[in-house]
Design a protein around this ligand. Structure first.
Ligand code: ASP
Length: 580
């Protein structure tokens, strides 16, 4: 059964060799009933007629040049064939539930038979590429002096905002572990312990709704460093990204990556993860409409809000259905409606344009370079809301324009950039007090410290996000490294009850009081990075055994019921479970 070569390895230079190969039957070419030359090898011909897709076979034979006219230069092996003298079926296969060479197979079916799905060349290549990327990351970080250190999976609740998976403890009745949302606290504790440079390709768990392309368990390239500033993190990550793209794709990524402040990103693109490969930038018209006779805009400004607009250049041919879609999108994100103007036949066509003065029209024309065939879209609301809604409308307009061939989002154009200077804290409608924009271990920007008591919302955090073409690849921060500052943030700024601070974060605050070095870190989403690197739409395509959109493993049937006995042992009672 031992192979002499793997199937893809033979070349013209191997002609004449006796070889033994093994593998799966991919296709069966039966040239008018003659599979192998029956007069030469009756055993081979007999077995060959019984072969079907995905049978595992071994053959012995001689490498021979293909006859002229049958060579296939697209294949490495395309100049030779093996004339079999012996053919053995190592294992037959049932008929696969879907053809392995077909695109667009239902995903639940692919996931149900993932082991077959992974035989498809694109999927096998994704696994190989992921391995090469992980190797490149480990090699690079090792050269930079990082240690790979594992941290616990059985942990307790962490303050990163997502819902957590709980694991009941048999030995500690009524107590639960939580699966870590990230190794955040452990990596900081490793810095306190003197590890200096930690990394881990870490599994993280978040019990979130899976609407967007998310997984309940996912992988982060997680790292932390001591005695550094933000610049050191940028340099390490830029080097890491350069290495991965070079080794996996052979592509040179330009570094250093540009930096964009959160405020600028929001003002120009309406999002903190802008896709800057195309324009359609938002502009501010708050002053233009401060005293407008168009009451919707005027009152938004009077209430302390802003008026923003952008020119979806060339999109006047938008359909009524698309306008409706954009309006629904805006409404779904809290807007009351969506104001627009089409520029067609030299006219501004819009239900609102009759309210605009000549000066207002001129301001729009000048600042948005409005010409025939354009579509202008407006947002009038509080700054964040107006920016965010228009940001979403902008992305949708880019999709429309791309379909019309008027705009291109080139996947080969790699616009890596850092988004920096996020606010440290933000208002959350579901919270009486301010909450951390990211996590509560983020350090304030040094020069903003005096504002922390007076105007906490003006304080910037030393947080940074890495963004590629509209996708957040990851983020991190310089941390608070002084126990009393961390304690003050919890108690006085976030206003958490004292007993919660003690029970949930007491040990972190305490650790920081034992000579914690200044430190900071970052985590990149490895699944997302691989999907972008390989041009896959979904992260499920770069994960060997992902869950479906309902968080289920449709192959094994996880999650599944537990038996009454298992539940008793872990001191858990499930309401309504038969036999519990
Ligand atoms: N733990 C953070 C996260 O998972 C990353 C970091 O701050 O290093 O987003």
């Amino acid at each position: 059964m031992k192979r002499s070569h793997s199937c893809g390895a033979l070349r013209a230079a191997d002609a004449g060799k006796e070889v033994r190969l093994a593998g799966w039957v991919s296709g069966r070419r039966d040239h008018g009933g003659v599979i192998f030359n029956p007069s030469l090898h009756p055993q081979v011909a007999e077995v060959a007629h019984t072969l079907r897709s995905e049978f595992v076979v071994a053959i012995t034979g001689k490498v021979t040049p293909r006859p002229e006219g049958t060579k296939n230069t697209a294949l490495g092996t395309g100049e030779v064939e093996v004339v079999a003298t012996e053919l053995q079926i190592l294992n037959p296969s049932e008929t696969p539930p879907f053809p392995l060479d077909e695109e667009g197979v239902n995903e639940d079916l692919r996931l149900r038979y993932r082991y077959l799905d992974l035989r498809r060349p694109a999927m096998a290549e994704a696994l190989r590429a992921r391995h090469r990327a992980a190797l490149a990351i480990r090699r690079f970080l090792d050269q930079q002096g990082f240690l790979e250190i594992e941290t616990p999976i059985l942990f307790k609740s962490t303050p990163e905002g997502a819902r957590e998976y709980l694991v009941p403890s048999r030995l500690n009745p009524g107590k639960f572990y939580a699966l870590p949302q990230s190794p955040q606290q452990f990596k900081q504790l490793l810095m306190v312990s003197g590890a200096e440079r930690y990394f881990q390709i870490a599994r993280c768990f978040r019990d979130e709704d899976l609407r967007a392309d998310r997984q309940p368990e996912f992988t982060q390239i997680d790292l932390e460093m001591s005695f550094i500033t933000r610049e050191d993190i940028y340099a390490v990550i830029e080097g890491l990204v350069r290495n991965v793209w070079k080794e996996v794709k052979g592509v040179e990524v330009k570094t250093p990556f540009p930096r964009v402040t959160f405020t600028d990103a929001m003002n120009s693109y309406g999002t903190d993860k802008p896709d800057r490969r195309y324009g359609l930038q938002l502009a501010d018209f708050t002053e233009t409409f401060r005293n407008s006779s168009f009451k919707v805009f005027q009152s938004a400004v009077a209430n302390g809000g802003v008026v923003k607009a952008f020119n979806a250049k060339g999109l006047a041919e938008i359909t009524t259905g698309q306008i409706e879609e954009l309006t629904n999108l805006a409404k779904a994100h809290g807007a009351k409606g969506l104001a627009w103007i089409k520029v067609e036949g030299g006219d501004w066509k819009s239900p609102i344009v009759k309210f605009f003065s000549e000066a207002e029209k001129k301001a729009l024309t000048d600042n948005l370079s409005v010409t025939e065939g354009d579509l202008i879209l407006f947002g009038a609301d509080a700054w964040t809301a107006a920016c965010e809604v228009l940001g979403l409308v902008r992305i949708r307009c880019a999709e429309y324009l791309e379909k019309l061939g008027k705009l291109k989002r080139d996947p080969a154009h790699l616009d890596f950039h850092w988004v920096i200077d996020f606010p440290l804290l933000r208002k959350d409608p579901e919270h009486p007090n301010l909450v951390s924009s990211h996590h509560p271990f983020t350090a304030p920007v040094e020069e903003d410290l005096p504002l922390l008591d007076r105007e906490p919302q003006k304080v910037r955090g030393q947080h940074y996000d890495l963004v590629l073409n509209g996708v957040e690849l990851g983020g991190g921060s310089i941390r608070i490294h002084r126990g009393e500052v961390q304690d003050k943030l919890f108690r006085e700024i976030l206003k958490l009850p004292g007993d919660i601070v003690t029970s949930r974060f007491g040990y972190m605050v305490e650790a920081l009081k034992f000579g914690a070095p200044p430190h900071g870190g970052i985590a990149l989403g490895f699944d997302r990075l691989m999907a972008l690197l390989l041009g896959h739409e979904s992260i499920r395509d770069v994960i060997a055994f992902p869950k479906n959109a309902r968080g289920q493993d449709v192959m094994s049937g996880a999650p599944a019921e537990a038996t009454a006995r298992q539940l008793r042992e872990v001191h858990v009672k499930v309401e309504g479970l038969p036999g519990a």
